[in-house]
Ligand binder design. Structure first.
Ligand code: NAD
Length: 480
């Protein structure tokens, strides 16, 4: 028997699927069923979109200050159930509870608080010209479809819900079928605080059944999608054919570029964290480590020592520093890439296998893995693995480092580690990626543009970029 039962949240109340169908959501660290979940299909999505549409007019007319207060109440509601959210996220994803407490749940709260403030401090353009005056109005788009992945479930869903509601849209969320639990809790917070029915709706289910209908629904003029590049291509083709507002946050294969003049200890720690945070399951993870040749051996050994020192264990155990992967299927995929790395000539310097500890039972655990000696253009070094596997490659010049960083189809993020300020700025400007960190990683200010180039996506979110994406900006030109 599952510990949780999740239903869709439509028009202010929980409902099972119209078909009555359900699916099991497993707990990856324990290999057992965690939740029984309503399996949404087109008819459930249609119902949710209708509720969102009906609520849309009232919500769009709700004064900005009042919408802002609703967002703050959602943040308060999450905070009041902080431990429940953290435990649910840890059990559903396999990530350590300590990480959920330090990052995932505080960030969900921060997303609501940030956009509650941002929308109040919004400033729009005024362009006087000879004989006329232009000014800009911000208007909601309508019903937004928000589709999110499994790696940072509530962190990323709230990053979409908060700005969409702040700017006067109503939403239909479709969280990942792999990790639906925290989205269900968010719906319960929305119910508890009494947000007007239909403003926030949630349909659980699989991508091709529920997600696809949301993307193709004629009454959903905006889609914000975060997920894999292959899925993004399908979502993009469908949404673009109807000229929807569209944001695509997709995959990555990010370089961490290490120069020999770096602060060695801090860089090993920073690059290892960039590679292995959340078991390597963050789109921003630096999974290709490029090291200036004189430092290669020492640095590789430093990364390997860091990896070996992780405490792999039950996500709920406070001593655990490295949890399980999100599912057995994903662990198999990662394991397949390690086998490929060996075929491609890689040397496993750390990890490379499932841990042998019998206490870990049937969980989806895999050791943090460092691979050396691979050619930088091979599949292991250029395809997104999205797991705890990093490859290390030498370079001899700054130009070569930049060329290697850019020699992948992705362009999401990266990091540069050096004490040479001029070089840091040059490399940051030349690496083809939406975001680049210097001597740090994942230091986030919610105002800055977030998003990728190349196969990593289209558009930017964050701060005013989110406010603009979730709005129709209208120019009014008045002849004087
Ligand atoms: P995924 O593409 O398999 O699924 C993402 C979401 O899309 C899920 O909710 C899924 O149900 C839905 N979906 C699947 N098919 C669909 C369809 N045809 N129409 C509409 N929706 C559909 O991705 P995932 O495995 O959940 O997440 C991992 C991927 O997400 C990685 O590639 C990672 O890099 C990427 N990601 C990117 C960012 C970013 O900000 N760029 C952040 C986190 C994760």
């Amino acid at each position: 028997m599952a510990d949780f039962s999740l239903d869709h949240f439509i028009d202010g109340a929980f409902h099972p699927s119209l078909s009555g169908r359900r699916f099991d959501d497993p707990e990856p660290a324990r290999g057992r069923v965690l939740a029984s979940v309503a399996r949404g299909a087109a008819d459930d999505v249609d119902r949710a979109v209708q509720a969102a549409q009906e609520a849309g007019r009232g919500w769009a007319l709700t004064p900005v200050a009042e919408r802002s207060r609703w967002l703050s109440r959602i943040a308060d509601g999450i905070e009041a159930r902080f431990e429940e959210f953290a435990a649910a996220e840890a059990r559903d994803t396999g990530k350590p509870l300590s990480l959920c407490r330090a990052v995932d749940i505080p960030r969900a709260v921060a997303n609501f608080r940030f956009f509650a403030g941002a929308v109040l401090h919004d400033e729009l353009g005024c362009h006087p010209m000879e004989g006329a005056l232009n000014y800009t109005l911000r208007r909601p788009v309508g019903v937004f479809g928000l589709i999110s992945p499994w790696n940072l479930p509530i962190y990323l869903l709230s990053w979409k819900v908060a700005p969409a509601l702040a700017t006067g849209n109503t939403v239909v969320c479709k969280p990942s079928e792999v990790t639906p639990l925290s989205a269900g809790l968010l719906a319960d917070v929305v119910r508890e605080i009494g947000l007007p029915p239909g403003v926030f709706n949630l349909v659980h289910g699989f991508g091709p059944e529920a997600g696809q209908r949301l993307v193709e629904h004629p009454d959903v003029p905006g889609i914000s999608f975060t997920g894999g590049t292959a899925t993004g291509k399908i979502v993009g083709a469908t949404a673009s054919a109807q000229f929807k507002k569209l944001s695509l946050e997709l995959g990555g294969k990010n370089a961490s570029i290490v120069f020999a003049d770096c602060d060695l200890e801090a860089t090993i720690e920073g690059v290892a964290r960039a590679g292995f945070a959340n078991q390597g399951q963050i789109c921003l993870c630096g999974s290709r480590v490029l090291v200036e040749r004189p430092l290669l051996e020492r640095f590789t050994e430093g990364l390997a020592a860091w990896a070996r020192a992780r405490v792999i264990g039950d996500p709920l155990d406070p001593a655990t520093t490295f949890g399980s992967l999100v599912s057995l299927a994903h662990r198999d995929k990662v394991e397949g890439y390690v086998a490929l790395a060996k075929e491609e000539g890689g040397r496993i310097v750390a990890g490379g296998r499932r841990p042998e500890d019998p206490a870990l039972g049937e969980g989806a655990f895999f050791e943090p893995t460092v691979v050396a000696d691979l050619p930088p253009g091979c599949r292991t070094a250029t395809e997104e693995i999205f797991g705890p596997v990093i490859t290390v490659h030498p370079f001899d010049t700054e130009e070569e480092a930049v060329a290697l960083a850019n020699a992948v189809r992705y362009g999401l993020a990266g990091s540069v580690w050096t004490q040479n300020l001029g070089r840091a700025h040059r490399v940051a400007a030349n690496v083809e990626s939406g975001m680049i960190w210097v001597n740090c990683w994942l230091l986030r200010d919610l105002r800055v543009p977030f998003g990728g180039m190349k196969d990593s996506g289209v558009g930017r979110e964050g701060g005013r970029h989110s406010l603009d994406f979730y709005s129709e900006l209208r120019n009014v030109c008045v002849k004087l």
